[in-house]
Design a protein around this ligand. Structure first.
Ligand code: OXD
Ligand code: MN
Length: 578
């Protein structure tokens, strides 16, 4: 075995004993290995090579049609007691969970190769990076993890030197939703996932490690693991401010992370540090610093276009994997929202027939972060980037203003905790239902939300230079159901105001729900938006807010004794001010 780490050796041996693979392959993470695995997947027709002239080294992967999104009802957090996992998680006693899932793992890799993938989340050698080893029987997972993480010998080297590592065991099993589970054992730093090959369930470095286990670890160690993009916004004077922003899955994090400012914003530039996850640590100076633990993007394809995200399209011109998208007659990937060409084959591999869809609504692209034209020169900084602002946003047709600054840190935590959004195709279940999704972490917080909010609140006691907190809503609609705000590149206008507020240079109106941009404070140059639209975008409906806070209180109260008194107090004082 290519390891001297006795813990790793013993665990790989035990996993092989349980799953009975035909052979074991230790991944090196080399380009040759990637080539060899993709070649083999092409031979077995699991990968479909795309047009080599226009999309060189790129592939289409079609998953099992029943395995296209995260399955939250089959995802468990297995802590010693149920209260630690909290009402926000499905819980099983760890012993019961191991027993249940090991029965499914028994012999499941017979005749297959077991891949052992050492990986690092975060820049190699950063004091904030964390390590893991995923054992899997899915070669699709191997090539995806090569893109999404620092995978292979370099990561193994750190583990050999004694860095702790998360143990992840994954098998596609028989892909039956009846025998699918994603189980987390935070006290053992272990993940076991079976029955799904879908990214969020199977690339264990992503949601399972970097959010569920990491958030649990972060609570104990005094940092934060968040479902946030990270961007640097550079102004024409060359000054860059970093913003971390939490939005629920498939609500535009990747688009905001790769924003291109409109014509009227000459000299402004947005730099992408991360599009999905931020690990946030307090620095010695009392500021918060963020790293992106990932090395790639696993983005939602539909809706990605020249208009919405030209940087993503540019990133996808080579060396990308597309999952469950359609194909054009030229053997190029196609999805809803593309304005050029038309689909000829749908995501299931059938001849496309109108009205479609051609691509699954949760079809994805997987691509290395460094292929993005706006990839930040600071993205690999081992110390992370200093945060000027934290933003919470959801998909809300009514009530929530375009942008609002929290009155203070505790109010900002309440804003995050009150986040609600319409469900999307990133998880199985009905789409478009308004649900509470605090800090956009509902599917990802590895412990009791009540304790998580307390952890957030505690930062105000310990650090002096915290970022300001804001809420945004790009999705407010008029009476006729039309979006009031153009979004995408125009969102820079809101980011500009946020940064100006951080610098104490923009006017705001104090309202019962927070500080809103004063008249004329949002830069509208070059945007033809009627003043009534802007009024509607910033309108505070007091009765609606009272109702909202009552619903939030009812939601928060389910956390009982774990609900921080400070959060409830903040809610009550907001209620009174309405
Ligand atoms: C994702 C998700 O894939 O949030 O990032 O579901
Ligand atoms: Mn996500």
């Amino acid at each position: 075995m290519p390891t001297t780490n006795t813990e790793l050796k013993a665990w790989v041996e035990a996993s092989a004993q349980l799953t009975k693979p035909e052979r074991i392959h230790w991944c090196t993470g080399s380009d040759q290995e990637y080539e060899q695995i993709t070649r083999e997947l092409v031979r077995t027709k699991e990968l479909h090579p795309l047009n080599s002239g226009t999309f060189p080294h790129s592939y289409l992967y079609r998953s099992d049609p029943s395995d296209v999104a995260r399955t939250e009802h089959l995802t468990f957090v297995c802590t010693k007691d149920k209260e630690t996992a909290g009402p926000n998680n499905n819980w099983l006693d760890p012993q019961v969970a191991h027993h249940k899932i090991d029965a499914l793992f028994a012999g499941c890799m017979r005749g297959r190769t077991m891949y052992v993938l050492p990986y690092c989340m975060g820049p190699l050698g950063s004091p904030y990076s964390r390590y893991g080893v995923e054992i899997t029987d899915s070669p699709y997972v191997v090539i995806s993890m090569k893109i999404m993480t620092r995978m292979g010998n370099d990561a193994r080297h750190f583990i050999e030197q004694g860095q702790p590592f998360v143990k992840g065991l994954h098998s596609v099993g028989d892909l039956s939703p009846e025998r699918r589970f994603i189980m987390h054992f935070p006290d053992e730093m272990m993940i076991k996932s079976i029955g799904s090959g879908y990214g969020g369930n199977a690339l264990l470095g992503k949601k399972c490690h970097s959010l569920r286990l990491a958030s649990y670890q972060a609570q104990h160690e005094g940092w934060l693991a968040e479902h946030m993009l990270i961007v640097g916004v550079e102004n024409p004077q060359g000054e860059t401010h970093y913003i971390a922003a939490a939005f629920p899955s498939a609500c535009g994090k990747t688009n905001l992370a790769m924003l291109i400012p409109p014509e009227s914003y000459k000299g402004w530039k947005v730099w992408t540090v991360g599009d999905d996850i931020a690990w946030i640590h307090p620095g010695k100076d009392g500021r918060l610093y963020a790293i992106n633990p990932e090395a790639g993007y696993f983005g939602v394809a539909p809706g990605t276009s020249e208009k919405t995200n030209p940087n993503a399209l540019a990133s996808l011109q080579h060396d990308a994997i597309f999952t469950n998208v359609g194909l054009t007659a030229d053997n190029e990937p196609w999805w809803e929202g593309m304005t050029t060409k038309s689909p000829s084959i749908d995501w299931l591999g059938n001849k496309y027939s109108y009205p479609g869809p051609a691509a699954h609504p949760n079809s994805r692209f997987t691509v290395a972060a460094k292929q993005c034209p706006s990839y930040s020169p600071q993205a690999e900084n081992p110390q992370g980037v200093p945060l000027s602002a934290i933003v919470f946003g959801g998909r809300r047709p009514r009530l929530i203003p375009l942008v609002c600054e929290a009155k203070n840190w505790a109010h900002g935590v309440l804003m995050g905790a009150s986040l609600a959004s319409e469900t999307t195709a990133a998880a199985t279940g009905q789409v478009g239902i308004l649900r509470h999704d605090p800090m956009a972490m509902k599917p990802f917080c590895g412990y009791n939300f009540g304790r998580y909010w307390q952890h957030w609140l505690s930062f105000a006691d310990n650090y002096s230079q915290l970022p300001k907190i804001f809420s945004v809503n790009w999705f407010r609609q008029d009476e006729a159901g039309k979006f009031l705000w153009p979004g995408y590149g125009e969102n820079i206008r809101v980011l500009e105001w946020i940064i100006a507020r951080v610098k104490g240079q923009a006017e705001a109106c104090p309202t019962a729900v927070g500080f809103l941009p004063a008249e004329g404070a949002l830069n509208m140059k070059g945007l033809s938006l009627s003043p009534t639209h802007l009024d509607q975008l910033l309108y505070v409906d007091h009765a609606g807010w009272k109702d909202e806070l009552e619903k939030t209180r009812a939601y928060l109260e389910q956390f009982g004794d774990d609900l921080p008194a400070g959060l409830l107090r903040t809610l009550e004082s907001n209620y009174k001010s309405l």
